[in-house]
Write a protein that binds this ligand. Structure first.
Ligand SMILES: *Cc1c(COP(=O)(O)O)cnc(C)c1O
Length: 379
């Protein structure tokens, strides 16, 4: 391999998508400049309609970010001080941060080795462990659809049988994916997603949405995202947030939704090509039976992760480590309970995972170069 002389491959190529949609997006933004309803404009309602259809959910409510979507879900579920919320240890910080922000207590559960999402057996042990601890009421679990693949919702529901623990899906990475034919958005009573630019469906700034399967949540969520507003403008029924989705971001998302399905199939094709070329030199991701993924990340596992990452960087191939520090090891959460104490899977993953470039505009040529470089290091 020709070290250091190859062009730099982008980790995510938002410019290629931008070039494709520029005219439509600029036109949509220009229309908003004309109508001037920058907050809660008609595009927001139009997007919510499209999202609820796509996610097969009765309710979709746009909001300011994936993190705020999680906070709003917890608030709508009435989760607060004195409540335990079970979260996987191997995820982005915001999953547990949202729990702490509403005054509840995160309880960390180790993940399973197939989809790296919360381990249902460990979850059951954690619930039983917390029930015997009179200090906290087990209130909610937030499974994370890590890297784009839905968590094992049927197993999670089974583990929670006989309890009134509510499931809130952290689908920040997985909008567009399905499990047993059911789309993300209908796999849990409440689903939070993110439109952060790097997510599979991203806007041009911060954005997010909540999907709900119960129509009654619509009014509650819409109120919570707007200062707990009641029937009239300056009547407030509850304490909420200013957590609205900008009209401009809704317009951007509507344009991107038009090509989203095609982009998802391209991501699947790219994941398949990676699997074909890399399965014999490292541990490659696999989909559980009945699952599709939005392929937010394509993440391999190798004990030689750090050496590989450095060598690829020299070759102009960017990689990312999602996530180098599991949440139970993060300073603000160091006092939280965890099940089991060893957290072996999360700790091992943090030391071994490496995410490779994946986006719908990755050329086969660049992908082959990435695979050849990996094979040269690990082969
Ligand atoms: C991105 C992400 C979030 C937060 O979304 P923002 O829109 O950045 O606030 C939450 N959870 C997971 C798993 C994420 O990947």
């Amino acid at each position: 391999m020709n070290r250091g002389t190859n062009h730099q491959i982008p980790f995510i190529d938002l410019a290629a998508q931008r070039a494709r949609l520029a005219e439509d997006i600029d036109g949509a933004i220009a229309r908003i400049m004309e109508h001037g309803t920058f907050i809660q404009g008609p595009e927001v309602a139009e997007l919510e309609q499209a999202l609820s259809q796509r996610g097969n959910a009765r309710v979709a409510v746009g909001c300011s970010s994936g993190t705020d979507a999680l906070v709003l879900c917890l608030m709508a579920a009435g989760v607060g001080p004195g409540d335990a919320v079970f979260v996987p240890a191997f995820t982005f910080f915001a999953t547990a941060e949202a729990v702490a922000l509403v005054g509840a207590t995160p309880v960390f559960v180790d993940v399973e080795t197939e989809r790296f999402s919360i381990d249902a057996t460990r979850l059951r042990q954690a619930v039983d462990g917390i029930v015997t601890d009179a200090q906290l009421r087990p209130a909610a679990v937030i499974p994370v659809d890590l890297f784009g693949q839905p968590a094992d919702y049927p197993a999670i529901e089974k583990a929670l049988e006989g309890s009134d623990i509510i499931v809130i899906a952290d689908a920040a990475q997985s909008f567009g994916a399905t499990l047993n034919g059911i789309p993300v958005g209908a796999l849990a009573p409440l689903t939070a997603t993110s439109f952060y630019p790097a997510k599979p469906l991203g806007c041009y700034g911060d954005g997010g949405a909540i999907l709900a399967t119960d129509t009654e949540q619509k009014a509650v969520l819409a109120s919570l995202r707007e200062h707990g507003q009641g029937n009239t403008r300056y009547r407030n029924d509850r304490v909420g947030l200013n957590a609205r989705l900008d009209t401009i971001q809704a317009a951007v998302l509507l344009e991107k939704l038009g090509i989203f399905d095609e982009e998802l199939s391209t991501r699947q094709r790219i994941a398949d090509r990676y699997n074909e070329q890399l399965a014999d030199v490292c541990s490659v991701p696999s989909l559980a039976k009945g699952a599709t993924s939005s392929w937010a990340c394509y993440t391999i596992r190798t004990p030689e992760r750090d050496r590989l990452r450095e060598a690829l960087a020299v070759d102009g191939i960017p990689t990312a480590i999602y996530y180098p520090i599991p949440l139970h090891a993060q300073e603000p959460f160091s006092v939280c309970r965890r099940f089991p104490d060893a957290m072996t899977v999360s700790n091992d993953l943090a030391a071994q995972v490496l995410s490779l470039p994946i986006h719908p505009y990755l050329s086969e040529e660049d992908q082959d170069r990435i695979c050849a470089a990996i094979r040269a290091e690990l082969g």
